[in-house]
Design a binder for this molecule. Structure first.
Ligand code: NIG
Ligand code: FE
Length: 418
């Protein structure tokens, strides 16, 4: 079989071509669309991108052809914040919340993250892999080709390693590309509640060295929040993580203004995530260190809250904004980046073009994958999606619709709608 593939007849080939760095300001609105576009893939990499007229003469007779049928072709979405490996669901808590009990009230009586931790500890690595494959299929059919995956539902050395090994297996056994993040500081486990300092020590002295030695994670994250980890504890954990060569991410200012944005800036973190309660001083701090804000409107929506991150102020400040799902069983049970595009437009007030940039190339840079995915340019991996529309704005406008018709990772079909 030929190792060359041509994708022809793209009404809009949305390339995201641009500078080799995350996009800021007006650049967020520049999608590099080629009308009547086509592209050539060789050995899993994009070889050429152009108009149909430019590409046609390059095609050899043995080249496989995919006819996009006059549809939109986009880079695969890059979901830069997700918690996709866990056991069980929290549908019971979801129902309680419909009756008015809050997320924090549920957590205070042993539900929330702790409930998922109990179930995840009881599951084997293989069981977690099999459970998560269902979610992998959801990510792919939604047009996502790269996903960040956090641990954080184990909270013992062995259970955190088990989750990270499950993530590694998912990367090997499925077409979805994973970027692993160690989140041992997702919560203080129940057995350490009366001696939280000892848990912080466990993370620093035992978990981080093992995670780093086994190369199980590229990033370390901390849930910095009232009643979870303080900024001082987060500082200690992330400083230690940096010594082990891990990049830094931070759950910051989600439910209250905890100083997380300032901490992320002080540490030179790659991202600060959530930021629903971040004020102008926090935004200025993020800018001073060029931290990428990762906004997660799915969690605001699913918690029935109304306070979304200040996306426009962040763009005006020159920040390279990212949007992601925060897929998890508690606060954001959606793997759908298309749903996030809708929320980004209706709630964060991004234009459809800005939302797409935040969900592709900017997200890729936030995971150190900007040179290999997130845009359709020669030399990059052929991670692309044929969507069932002829105008890219429909992706954010018609919501709750499965627009993705065919999804390719490294030039290979990873999903096709029947
Ligand atoms: O990003 N904020 C902390 N972690 C998740 C929630 C995890 C859960 O509820 O299971 C989040 O929202
Ligand atoms: Fe999260």
């Amino acid at each position: 079989m030929s190792d060359t593939l041509a994708v022809i007849n793209c009404a809009q080939l949305v390339t995201l071509k641009g500078p080799q760095r995350p996009r800021v300001g007006a650049e967020l609105g520049e999608l590099g669309i080629i009308a009547d576009g086509a592209l050539v893939v060789r050995n899993g990499l994009i070889e050429a991108v152009g108009t149909q007229r430019e590409i046609e003469p390059l095609l050899k007779s043995d080249c496989a052809v995919v006819d996009a049928g006059g549809r939109v072709v986009l880079p695969g979405f890059v979901d830069a914040h997700a918690h996709p490996v866990f056991a069980g669901t929290r549908v019971d808590e979801f129902e309680q919340r419909t009756r008015g009990v809050t997320y924090q009230e549920i957590a205070a009586v042993g539900g929330g993250i702790a409930a998922t931790v109990r179930r995840t500890r009881a599951a084997s690595e293989r069981e977690l892999v099999e459970t998560s494959k269902r979610y992998v299929a959801w990510f792919l059919r939604g047009g996502t080709t790269t996903v960040e995956a956090k641990s954080g539902y184990g909270l013992t050395l062995e259970d955190e390693l088990k989750i990270l090994r499950a993530i590694r297996r998912l990367n090997d056994e499925t077409p979805l590309r994973f970027v692993p993040t160690f989140l041992g500081a997702h919560d203080v486990p129940e057995e350490y509640r009366a001696r939280r300092a000892a848990y912080v020590e466990l993370i620093i002295k035992e978990m981080l060295p093992r995670v780093a030695a086994e190369k199980l994670a590229e990033y370390c994250d901390v849930f910095c929040e009232e009643r979870v980890f303080t900024t001082d504890e987060a500082w200690r954990i992330l400083t230690a993580a940096r010594c082990h060569g891990l990049g830094l991410r931070l759950h910051a200012d989600q439910l209250s203004r905890s100083g997380g944005a300032q901490l992320a800036a002080e540490l030179g973190a790659t991202t600060a995530d959530h930021l629903e309660h971040t004020d102008a001083a926090g935004i200025a701090a993020l800018k001073s260190a060029n931290v990428q804000p990762v906004l997660l409107p799915g969690s605001v929506y699913a918690l029935g809250a109304t306070r979304y991150g200040a996306a426009r102020a962040m763009i005006n400040a020159g920040l390279a904004v990212v949007v992601a799902t925060d897929f998890n069983p508690g606060s954001s049970p959606t793997p759908s980046m298309l749903t996030i595009l809708s929320l980004a437009c209706t709630q964060l007030k991004l234009t459809p073009a800005e939302a797409i940039t935040c969900a592709t190339i900017n997200a890729a840079y936030s995971l150190k994958r900007g040179a290999e995915t997130g845009s359709l340019e020669a030399g990059k991996r052929a991670d692309f999606v044929i969507h069932d529309c002829a105008d890219y704005r429909e992706l954010a406008y018609f919501f709750g619709v499965e627009h993705a018709r065919a999804v390719y990772v490294s030039g290979r079909e990873a999903f096709r709608r029947a």
